[in-house]
Design a protein around this ligand. Structure first.
Ligand code: NAP
Length: 269
């Protein structure tokens, strides 16, 4: 599906590079062109991934069928205006810009477009992103399939109504920070109980990775897995009781709630 299409990526920072790497891993990066404002970064990307760099965003847009917008939110409007003369309904525009609704993009460009909004997370760097996609504007079911194919090269995807994108931002896009905090704290607990710091961190990271893999591969509900580990009167149940008394689950639910609120506030700004 992607092989016949020429893809352009505007902004090849953390996420833009991850998308490029994902496409290359899937063998569909042959026709990819990129635009990156910093010449040294642009040279690095072109050399490393053997892709053509087109510094002019209008020119890049005119040469592709799919444009992936991966610049920072504050850079988005200027870039959209540069692209605008070459942007029409023959192209699919996929934006990963946090907080920018498809309606906001359409109102900047003042035209009907085939728009898809995507919200990946930083694990895209290791091709393990959890990405939510929302079709907007005039995007068709086929356009959505194209976006799914791109982001499935970077991990897994779900399709959701755009109204839920702030919740996705507060949960799975911010999630790697919460999980990092959990890993750090788990390791600190180990250090407190006498484990060497390096070993504690390695054990904590692998514990999270292994648990996630178990849940994914065995398709088990987290409650069931918890019950398998926590035997009656045992050590794990003692630990869980302390977590519950400290409001562990409530804290996470509140974290997602406030991050979602913050995403809504930032989108208004
Ligand atoms: N990182 C995440 O976890 C994450 C998750 C979900 C969504 N996002 C969204 O993804 C987008 C990119 O994030 P990121 O972390 O990849 O940011 P980033 O590393 O700063 O990448 C953006 C890149 O775009 C370049 N750029 C700026 N203006 C440009 C222009 N006019 N033409 C071409 N390139 C231009 C920047 O160059 P300079 O550095 O020289 O400015 C930079 O290399 C953001 O909108 C963010 O909201 C990020």
């Amino acid at each position: 599906m992607l092989r016949e299409k020429r893809i352009g990526i505007i902004g090849v920072g953390n996420m833009g590079e991850a998308i490029l790497r994902g496409l290359q891993d899937r063998g569909v990066a042959e026709g990819v062109v990129v635009s990156e404002i910093r010449p040294d970064r642009s040279d690095y990307i072109a050399r490393t991934y053997r892709v053509e760099a087109i510094p002019d965003n209008q020119q890049l847009t005119s040469q592709v069928q799919i444009v992936i917008l991966a610049v920072k939110p504050q850079e988005m409007e200027g870039v959209l205006r540069e692209m605008s003369p070459a942007l029409d309904s023959s192209k699919i525009l996929i934006s990963i810009v946090a907080g920018a609704s498809t309606a906001a993009i359409s109102s900047i460009l003042q035209k009907d477009l085939r728009l898809i909004r995507a919200m990946p997370n930083i694990a895209a760097l290791v091709l393990e992103s959890a990405t939510a996609l929302s079709p907007g504007g005039d995007a068709s079911a086929e356009d959505l399939e194209v976006a799914q194919a791109i982001f499935e090269a970077l991990g897994t995807t779900v399709v959701l109504p755009e109204a839920l994108m702030d919740a996705v931002t507060g949960m799975s896009a911010s999630g790697p920070a919460y999980v990092s905090l959990f890993i750090e704290a788990l390791a600190d607990g180990g250090v407190r109980m006498g484990l060497p710091r390096r070993d504690a961190l390695e054990l904590a990271i692998q514990t999270v990775l292994g648990t996630a893999k178990l849940l994914l591969e065995q398709g088990e509900h987290p409650v069931k897995l918890k019950e398998r580990v926590a035997s009656p009167g045992g050590t794990t149940m003692a630990g869980i009781a302390t977590l519950e008394a400290s409001g562990f689950r409530g804290a996470l639910i509140e974290a997602v709630t406030s991050a979602t609120q913050r995403s809504k506030e930032l989108a208004k700004m």
